[in-house]
Design a protein around this ligand. Sequence first.
Ligand SMILES: [Zn+2]
Ligand SMILES: [Zn+2]
Length: 155
Amino acid sequence: MIYNVSTLLSKPVGEIRRHEFTLKSFNTGNEFFSNLKCNLKMMKTHKNILVYGEINTNLKDVCSRCLVPIKIGIKTSFEEEFISLYNITTNNFDDYYEEDLNSYIIDKNNELDLSKILKDHLISIIPIKKLCKITCLGKCTLCAINLNLEKCNCN
Ligand SMILES: [Zn+2]
Ligand SMILES: [Zn+2]
């Protein structure tokens, strides 16, 4: 997910490059995804690169109520400007500034790494309630039977 954008940076504003990549698995630390496909459009802006990405993937998790494993299809997109450290005025590279730590940076090798934005974006769109189905009955709080499959005599 690292792209060298030196040629694109030398192109006029509005120049576009398209890429795509597939990852068998990807995780944000807490969440696990499979079959992640990403279509990218990179556009040269005045000084930087605007990256637009469309993501198709499956979130692997367990149902919040009955705890069976589930896969949730996710289709989402992000758009972010990656800041080039190259300074046209001084013909040199700027150092990292404090505020840049929160930005997405094109490093001194003119490389743009998508792993951070992918993580940040996926974390931001994860559903709070992850259910196997809207009508999931969950587990019995006393005997822990999966009430979607069986009935118990606890109540
Ligand atoms: Zn469930
Ligand atoms: Zn029960």
